[in-house]
Design a protein around this ligand. Sequence first.
Ligand code: 5GP
Ligand code: MN
Length: 651
Amino acid sequence: MTLSLSLSLSLSLCVCVCVCVCVWQVLLVFAKDDAQSNSFCWACERAGFRCNVARTPEAALESFQEKNHDLIIMDHRHSRYFDAEALCRYVYSTCVCVSVVTQRYVENSNMMSCYNELIQLHHGEIRAQIKLRACNAVFTALEQSQEAIEISSEDQIIQVHTHTHTHTHTHTKHKDRRKGSLDVRSTTSRGSDAGSSQRRHSSMARIHSMTIEAPITKVINIINAAQESSPMPVAEALDRVLEILRTTELYSPQLGTKEEDPHTNDLVGGLMTDGLRRLSGNEYILATKQLHHIPGHLTTPLSLNDIPPCIAQTMENEDSWDFDIFNLESATMKRPLTYLGLKIFSRFGVCEFLSCPEATLRSWLQIIEANYHSSNSYHNSTHAADVLHATAYFLCKERVKQSLDPIDEVAALIAATVHDVDHPGRTNSFLCNAGSELAILYNDTAVLESHHAALAFQITTRDDKCNIFKNMERNEYRTLRQAVIDMVLATEMTKHFEHVNKFVNSINKPLAALEENGSFVCVCAGKCILTAPENRILVKRMLIKCADISNPCRPLELCIEWAGRISEEYFAQTDEEKQQGLPVVMPVFDRNTCSIPKSQISFIDYFITDMFDAWDAFADLPNLMQHLDNNFKYWKSLDEKKLHSLRPPPE
Ligand code: 5GP
Ligand code: MN
């Protein structure tokens, strides 16, 4: 679609869309039958739109007044037949609908091209534009109108009614459209209407100057153009591509309805959706409503120098992937996050970066840790400490260091620390089904992740004593805050495939292509790929996601412990769902019947393998891949023996 405005030469057609979209009625204004008009007729039929053809402007107006078409396609190629521009203007001036949009379509009588055009108009760009412009037009109307304005739904049910001076009601569905002159060349109405009509035109002009072309529209246009010069099989393949591109869920694999494996099904249902299941009326009250404060025994002064020796000792190898977080959990009496945080943050110079006293960092770690629920078997502060540990480990990988700035590193460490704060030990789906306060607050959308991020900043900034951001320069803070929020939100599993696919497409693939060449130029190009701001965002998201679900890549004993904990948390959720009569989100996680090996196999197959293949290709993590392989085989061997438990029974 070009937006060419050249009138004399243009082989263009005018497309005019009214905002009142119900069942689509299309009006073709063509003086003569030709390949172009025939193609549009065919395309309307294929798209299931109702189609009328008018040969003269007068016939067009008559037909339009009768049917209120949603889309008018005017032949703009031969001005000797009629002036399509004037006809357009006439439609604006008589149409009391909220908004009119025009587009130009360059002559192209290929049937698929016409069809794609119609479908795009119906689904895509125009609909979004209409919404935007409708707002603009409504405000203009409200501002300028002497009359009352009613906005009605498709079936004429009044949604909004405003009036200024008179009580003349004007329906958006242009029921009482002014009957103006049929002289389509006269653009302004006469008499007292002229002024308001002019104003309407000026606001229309403003509206028309807004062109919103989304990247996806550009992509579709490029493909359409390529189809023109392609042989049939290619054009047909591209048709299928277009079908896919028109969906919105481009990054989520579509599971067949008859998914074989119930474990995968449940995982996908439980982790990949929220709020899609029927809402239950039962009210779920979060276990802890008021914020935790720092427990007394932890307010004693504590700095890196006076960490008890037994704790310091368990943290000695914290820079190793095989570090045992459960040792630290018991040595610290379930406060691993504060201690490991102090050590890791000091290793990365976080206090120096933030210009923050160590005492503030300590108070911050303590209060964040206190807001994790130690009663959760999985989502407690040990999990946060584990994710912090993995994050710090990844940050030391050469490629990651090349890509990220110091502020990114600090953001990643903070994000890992807070990423599950105040987790209630229930999934998003559960909270949505239960109509919990959090689900209501966050509109069933990324409920937990939104809460973790928001609460983290509330806790931090509420009290100077623990405000690690207090001495930051405003813009630095804004950048850091943005990065932390983005990373915490990236842990939401509904977006899993989106994040992984974007990472692979924007980073792995271009880097691999460069590596195949291997010249000096490529080294520079590689650096560019790594440090481009949009790619750094993808690296950070991937980093925290991998850290978050890295359990299956830990040494076997740790992997088994995590599997036991997550299963227990899911079992507890299923118990509560049954007890409260809520929908059971993940029926396979029933403590009486669940096969933990099967659930781990599904989790690894569905979420872990591809993601860690990609992360390993980027960051080079052979030890993790070895553990993953080993652990997977372990679960397989249990499953082959039909065992449901975490471990084989003792001999
Ligand atoms: P988180 O809530 O920890 O930020 O996000 C990670 C998601 O992956 C959580 O929903 C968690 O329940 C899930 N998850 C992590 N590890 C496992 C696992 O080993 N098995 C299963 N089935 N889910 C897991
Ligand atoms: Mn987590």
